[in-house]
Design a protein around this ligand. Sequence first.
Ligand code: AMP
Ligand code: GLY
Length: 754
Amino acid sequence: MNILLIGSGGREHAIAWKVSQSPKLSKLYILPGNPGTASLGENVADISDDHPAMVTLCREKRIDLVIVGPEAPLAAGIVDSLSAEGVRCFGPRMAAARIESSKSFAKQFMARHRIPTARYALFKNHAEAVRYLEQVDYPVVIKASGLAAGKGVILPETKAEALAALEAIMVKRDFGAAGDEVVIEERLSGPEVSLMAFTDGRTVVPMLPAQDHKRLLDGDHGPNTGGMGAYSPAPVCPPEMVAEIVETVLQPAVEGLRVEGCPFVGVLYAGMMLTASGPQVLEFNCRFGDPETEAVLPLLETDLVKIVEACVDGHLAGVDICWKSGAAVCVMLASEGYPGKLVFGKPVRGSRDKFEHGICFHAGTRQEGGKIVTTGGRVLGVTVWDDSLEAAVKRVYSVVEKISFEGMQFRRDIAQRALKKSAYAASGVSIDAGSRAVELMKAAVQATYTPAVLAGIGSFGGLFDAAALKGMKDPVLVASTDGVGTKVKLAAATGRYRPIGHDIVNHCINDILVQGARPLFFLDYFATSKLTPKITVEVVTGIAEACTEAGMSLLGGETAEMPGVYADGEFDVAGMIVGVVERNRIRPDPGLGPGDVVIGLTSSGPHTNGFSLIRSVFADVSLDTVFPELGIPLADALLAPHRSYYNVLYPHLKLVKALAHLTGGGFIENIPRVLPMSVDAVIHAGSWQVPALFQLIQQRGGISVEEMYRVFNMGIGMVVIVDKKYVSAFQKSIPEETWVIGELVAGSRKVILK
Ligand code: AMP
Ligand code: GLY
């Protein structure tokens, strides 16, 4: 088939190089291309702004498929124009490209679909933006909303710099119309990773994660650039993190665009920051990243054309996408003056297009006579792939050393960040997926260990040093075991395993917290019809994450493969927790009685209860359904993991007389478990906002109010009973909204719903 590729940079040279290896290709045209692409196909003059001329060109050259490299033509609607004339295009239409071309659209879109990103505010008016800046109490980032070639993001160090940035964008209009609207968002911190994914508008298949180097100088100093180099895979983003980003970001974004009527076909790029509270989106791009693509595509084993066609034709789910093991690295060689005023026209010496497991991707070069001369800021992307990142880095710099042009600048520390983390790097090198999964699982489990763990993974029994209790006066051990019930069926159906790990751990933590205990260690049991490394790692990683959040060790566990006992694809998770409490701190407080006040803490969803009922209520709808009252796919609402109340409540237990964890049995059965014989709890049903999900369940299922309160938590996951005089002190000390939902009265150990 004949393929036309639009673009002229290093990214396009990399795409052209990969496309040229396809057995499906007859002829490749690159518009306008560069001297690198000229050896792979025919470069044609750039007419991409003129859509009718583009249609004519596609007809003349009998183009079967157009691949769009850069964002500008996508934002200008090239895919809309060509598709209207029956030309198949790989890339999003204009409406879907807004995810990159309008940061204000992207931020609001992420808010609508609960995609994790920094908090933000949008401004069209300079005075209002200034007023907002004067009163925010967190460090900010200021972004021009429109396309500004990667330069419209300012990270001010001081308020004065922030004000100057607003002035530059909104008054002086440094970025022209791109600055008509401004995003002010919270400045996050953490390592960055770029995760690109192929999508046909429904199915999302991630590529290997990569890391860009945006700053000009070594050690991440100097001004921001278009990218001075990249490497892939990025060990900061191991496979389970990739899965998490797909699940929390890429899949919801693709799903969200589809339900909003602008399906996204092409490459969706998520620029992520891995923060302490999880991966957050810094930006979306609607295309392959540059220079990430130069480092990622050399590792792609599968025919790129086959993947691209599957995206365009909507059957990506049927394509198996494979990657080479090992790593690739790309070092950008830039012109003097870059990223400011450029000096170019300099002859390039020593460049070879191809060498063993490597290639010099052309980015800003021109052919002049027999010579290659510089024409752009970023000139060449020298790329090497090898069995390990270390080997690739060593070799890439040996190639770079031989290339020169006047004023050449490059970073000498590309991928150093990853090499420093050699533990991960080592586990990423040339071991098969299965043993890597075991390694990852072990690492996740071991990360939960405290010095009290004397023997853990691999031993017959876990050893936990009871000397850890010596500092206590009169320690009492508290233990509990539980499962997550039929929620596992939904998890299996949607392939979301990690949240289930959080469910089981947090459920157990809350159960012993109710007696005043702090968790010491946890043991899990995971049984399934067929063990796969990916699923096991996901479940165990979720368990380990939740243990770490509570400062508890995951001392041991058991995984069991039981075909024939569990139906295909199904699994179950259970866990056992041991904690400790000082005898005189055990809850409930025997002095509990009439006059005490009942306070509710929010749940994160149905937690782990009522799923048999939930499944029957929604048996007739797809889990992808977005009910307007929920605004997110049903699966997301239902599978939100059970939260732990340990970190918010444990430090304040002295203000608390009793707690009741609202699990199976809801309000009606759980609160009496902590009441004295002669006391009732009156619950005022209208005293908190019942989340829309419960209202939806009630309506669709035609369920009585009484039954709802007997089965579900109704938006309150933990009930706390406090002496009247401590209510306000308690509410003030809890770092989230709490509700006074009732009081204790004389009675006979029951709940009275009012
Ligand atoms: P962007 O073009 O949106 O990816 O922004 C360019 C660079 O600015 C990113 O790679 C980050 O290094 C930085 N950045 C953007 N947004 C934030 C944020 N909210 N917090 C911290 N750094 C950010
Ligand atoms: N490497 C960043 C980008 O492609 O936008």
